[in-house]
Design a protein around this ligand. Structure first.
Ligand SMILES: Cc1ncc(COP(=O)(O)O)c(C=O)c1O
Length: 1008
């Protein structure tokens, strides 16, 4: 059925005639109806639908009733039907071509079709499921006859249509899928058909019928617009149709299941039977699409578009091909809040009650078994570092020296040792161990715990895989199947057994294999219990994604009983306390902030990576403290070594301290030759202030707006970022604030002939006024690139002008290098060198100790002398031998790894790429910076340069999902700062840019 043919003029005439309305029309797409958007003079918008007269009036009436019903229950989530002048919701119109048509008007819903909305996140599909659950619940209370009993898209007819259409489909990928899906439906879906509740359903939650709007702040809002395919069918078929479209929605199939059905069952709980029916029915719906398209292609072979429109389905099938369709049933059950497998007797009960033979021939107890923690926080690197021979020797030695026979690797442990590409999936890595590992000598015999039959005898020969593997099928207490899996075996078992061989409990089935034949691990048995094979063949997963931890733990519970282990608690790692956040909020001061809407629990650092409690690896893009990389082995070793020798204060001579001070001062131009060591940037700036005030005998300081110099009382006075921020009390009278030399948004911008000098003059004005005041002028403090100010690079001539003027008035010039020092800015080692000046005092912190609390003040002999007025400078921890050793190691790494040069090349590359992106994305107003100290400024309008914090925060949160940790700064919090460890790899820079490029195209970042 085609939409009626009419012009816009004709449509306007119909509107005037029937509704007494006039306005502007915009043509909208429509398969069955001719649709227009009507913009009224009042600004209000409606949708005007001209419907083919062949559409039965009764079905149109049901549509109207359903929409009114949904509106009365759900409010504005669906359009509201509007009446014509005679009070009718459906009017009959006459067209100029002589035909008649039905006319309908309804309220306008904001948003764009889900198909055009980006990003397609799991949260979005959860919301879609949630909405459709609401719709299903509401429609189920409307008793109407089936408006479209003969619709080809009717769920009742789906399996028949697929079966009948099979012969039309030639493509082997599609055909194979249809055959498999039909088999699955016959086995799991059809038997349930008669048991399921039925009601009116919308039956078409496709990505053009769901509108999305918002999404910049808070989740996007959804509405549903088309009710032309409603039928009376199984209520849960609404979930199946929703799922079928979500599967085509560019997220991975199991994520689509979890998200949509999780959302759906929140608003329309699905019974166990319904949950089981949904998956085969969703496959049938996909099948109907394939068959309908095949019919159309047969009718119009020249229409290339028809083939193209099959592309998303082909892509999905390629994904599904790699998965087992049967697993979908367990996934659906689980997503709906049921146990993934429906068993008569739970696996736990069987393991508890059924007699067994201990798999290692003897029970494992603390007398003969050592625990071998391999989780994130344990010293995995100790046990599994070096090559496999070293690992094996280390573990065997530990077993023997503690007079044990075995070592036990734990169940449900989050491990980082699975590094082969097969363990990477989407953006996650499989880290959750689903079995128990028994480490022991190669050759140790392994016995069957129950009578059973081999179902797989296979060599999973890839690196880090199971190696030779056996799987046995047994019967549980009620006669249902359960399975046990044995991995990393001696290859002799591959000769010994064939699938189908039956054995008795206590039969020796294999021996522990030796490396490298066992998947190249230290010799051990991986033992796993499996409730259902879910269609997997020989490679049943032994390690799961952290996001699927609970699903897989249900399928494979802890097999400790089969080893004769009496205590389950002994075999599982101590889990992280779940209420960390609440405890932290309770016990720590409330003004400690946490990053991200959902805070991360980070347990390890490694170079540029931070690893959380689930083993997820994030690229750290903001921590300039970990200058040479998190936990750099050289720095860790220097610290360990010196800590084991001596740590004391500076009241004794120590070569490490003097060597470090000499080395550090050697990195500065003359006359900066004297060094004081401290523990934090705040201490360094506090000392710098005292030095300046002692030397000048004056108090007053000029500071740059939005600057931050530390958390002590006097540094808060020097930090407009704090004293002008929430809870601040403004600047005291001895502090004058000069504007940020910001050429993007400040008073002097990029078109000014010399903005640097102009901003420098501002500093001098404030210095002059201070010099004339009671406090006098002690100096001027400025970060070498403004960090909290939003990564603002000082314009040329700024410090030159300011320093000359301040010095003329008797003040000192302090460069705060706490953020940017030690080669980060690339072109030079220190940030102030970019400006061609030599400060009187330089303060250092953050990167200086790579995370160890170390800081320094470097100044001239003359200033240091003025400070040495008899009062001792004592700092308990400043300059201790461990800190000095760490400081020296950091300098070694910067030199040896040529990190300054890397910062320059990589920084230039990133800036270039980001400049290209900012040209393409008007919301990205400016990108700037030097070396690996960069910023991206987000705006609401590129001409007015109005800051937009929400866009910056949105991009930060989206980049977190992609595995990159960024954060915002600047007075309006609209600047994303990038100041990563300098060891940032080129490959990650590339990945960062590619992800950023995609995110900048997402709908919430587009300017309206
Ligand atoms: C520019 C600048 N100076 C000084 C400090 C204070 O350093 P700390 O936190 O080590 O006391 C900071 C800290 O963020 C800073 O960014």
């Amino acid at each position: 059925m085609t939409p009626p043919q009419l012009t816009e003029v004709e449509a306007l005439e119909l509107l005037a005639q029937h509704y007494g309305l006039t306005g502007q029309l915009v043509v909208l797409p429509g398969e069955r109806d001719r649709n227009f958007q009507l913009c009224l003079a009042s600004g209000e918008r409606n949708t005007f639908k001209v419907v083919n007269a062949e559409v039965p009036l009764e079905s149109l009436k049901t549509e109207i009733r359903a929409m009114q019903h949904l509106n009365s229950i759900l409010g504005g989530l669906v359009p509201n039907p509007l009446a014509d002048q005679a009070g009718r919701f459906i009017s009959q119109g006459s067209l100029q071509n002589g035909s008649t048509c039905w006319l309908r008007l309804q309220s306008w819903r904001p948003g764009i079709p889900l198909a055009e909305f980006q990003p397609h996140t799991t949260e979005l599909f959860h919301s879609v499921g949630h909405l459709m659950g609401q719709v299903a619940t509401s429609l189920s209370t409307l008793a109407v006859p089936d408006p479209h009993p003969d619709l080809p898209w009717h769920p009742d007819q789906a399996s028949q249509i697929v079966e009948d259409g099979l012969s039309l489909v030639a493509d082997p990928l599609l055909k194979n899928f249809l055959e498999q899906a039909l088999r699955l439906y016959d086995r799991y879906g059809r038997p349930l058909e008669t048991d399921l509740p039925r009601s009116l359903i919308q039956n078409d939650a496709n990505d053009y019928n769901i509108l999305v709007h918002g999404g910049l702040e808070g989740p996007p809002k959804l509405s549903l617009i088309d009710f032309g395919d409603m039928v009376v069918s199984w209520t849960c078929a609404e979930a199946a149709v929703t799922l079928a479209y979500a599967l085509l929605g560019q997220i991975s199939p199991w994520k689509a299941v979890q998200a949509t059905l999780g959302g759906f069952s929140q608003t329309r709980p699905l019974s166990s039977k319904e949950a089981e029916f949904v998956w085969p029915m969703a496959l049938m719906r996909l099948g109907v699409s394939i068959v309908m398209a095949a019919k159309q292609i047969q009718e119009q072979p020249e229409n290339e578009y028809l083939l193209i429109s099959q592309q998303p389905i082909r892509e999905l099938l390629q994904h599904l091909n790699a998965l087992s369709l049967e697993e979908g049933i367990a996934r659906s059950r689980f997503a709906c809040g049921h146990s993934s497998i429906c068993r008569k007797v739970s696996l736990e009960t069987t393991l508890e009650k059924q007699m067994f033979f201990p798999v290692m021939g003897q029970a494992l107890t603390s007398d003969n078994t050592l625990l071998l923690p391999l989780g994130i926080e344990s010293s995995t690197s100790d046990w599994l570092s070096g090559d496999v021979e070293e690992q094996s020797a280390r573990i065997q030695q530990a077993i023997e020296s503690s007079h044990k026979v075995f070592a036990l690797g734990l169940y449900d442990e989050i491990r980082l040792c699975y590094t082969a590409p097969e363990f990477q999936q989407d953006l996650e890595s499989r880290t959750v161990h689903l079995g128990l590992d028994v480490f022991g000598r190669a050759g140790t015999p392994i016995f069957a715990p129950f009578d059973g039959t081999f179902v797989t005898v296979h060599d999973n020969a890839q690196e880090q895989d199971y190696g030779p593997t056996l799987m046995l099928q047994h019967k549980d207490l009620s006669g249902e199947s359960l399975f046990t899996l044995y991995g990393h075996l001696d290859p002799e078992c591959l000769e010994l057994w064939l699938p189908g061989d039956s054995i008795q409990a206590g039969t020796r089935i294999a021996r522990i294999g030796a490396s490298p034949r066992n998947g190249n691990w230290p010799p051990h048995l991986h033992l796993q219990v499996i409730s259902h094979r879910l269609g997997w063949e020989t490679d049943f997963p032994g390690v799961a994604l952290p996001s699927e931890q609970s699903f897989w733990k249900e399928i494979s519970p802890n097999p400790y009983r089969l080893l004769g282990i009496p205590e389950q608690s002994w075999t599982e790692p101590e889990s992280l306390p779940r209420n960390l956040l609440a405890r932290r909020l309770h016990i720590l001061g409330r003004n400690l902030s946490l990053s991200y809407k959902e805070p991360l629990t980070i347990l390890r650092g490694e170079g540029v990576y931070l690893i959380d409690a689930l083993g997820r690896r994030f690229v750290d893009c903001v921590n300039n403290v970990a200058h040479v990389g998190h936990c750099h082995p050289r720095v860790v070793e220097a610290q360990r070594k010196q800590s084991s020798l001596l740590n004391t204060n500076t009241r004794y001579l120590h070569p490490e301290l003097v060597r470090y001070a000499e080395r550090l001062c050697g990195l500065f131009p003359d006359p900066l030759n004297v060094c004081f060591l401290a523990c934090t940037g705040s201490e360094a700036n506090e000392l710098a202030l005292r030095l300046a005030q002692a030397h000048t005998q004056a108090q007053g300081m000029v500071v740059v707006d939005v600057g931050y110099h530390g958390h002590t009382k006097s540094l808060i006075d020097l930090s407009p970022y704090k004293h002008n921020g929430p809870g601040g009390k403004g600047a005291p009278d001895w502090v004058r604030t000069t504007p940020m030399p910001d050429t993007y948004r400040g008073v002097y911008r990029e078109r000014h002939p010399d903005p640097g000098s102009a901003y420098g003059e501002k500093v001098i004005e404030h210095a002059e006024s201070l010099a004339k005041s009671e406090t006098g002028l002690a100096g001027f403090i400025c970060e070498s690139i403004l960090g909290c100010g939003g990564q603002i690079v000082l314009p040329e001539n700024y410090l030159q002008t300011a320093y000359a003027g301040v010095r003329k008035l008797g003040g000192l010039c302090i460069a705060d290098e706490v953020q940017v020092g030690f080669g980060r800015v690339g072109k030079t080692f220190w940030g102030f060198e970019l400006q061609g000046v030599v400060p009187d005092i330089v303060t250092l912190g953050k990167p200086i100790g790579n995370g160890h609390p170390l800081a320094a003040v470097i100044t001239t002999t003359e200033i240091a002398e003025a400070f040495a007025n008899g009062m001792e400078y004592f700092n308990t921890f400043g300059g201790n031998p461990v800190s000095a050793a760490v400081g020296n190691a950091v300098l070694d790494v910067i030199e040896e790894e040529d990190l300054q040069k890397h910062a320059l090349t990589l920084g230039n590359y990133l800036l270039e790429r980001w400049k290209g992106m900012s040209k393409r994305c008007p919301a990205l107003g400016q990108v700037r910076g030097e070396g690996l100290f960069l910023g991206m400024e987000f705006v609401a309008d590129p001409v007015q340069r109005i800051p937009c914090a929400a866009r910056a925060t949105y991009a930060v949160e989206r980049m977190k999902v992609q595995g990159f940790l960024l954060s915002t700064d600047g007075p309006a919090h609209n600047v994303i700062k990038f100041k990563p460890p300098l060891v940032f790899p080129e490959s990650e820079a590339e990945r960062l840019c590619n992800n950023l490029e995609q995110i900048l195209k997402e709908v919430p970042l587009q300017l309206a």
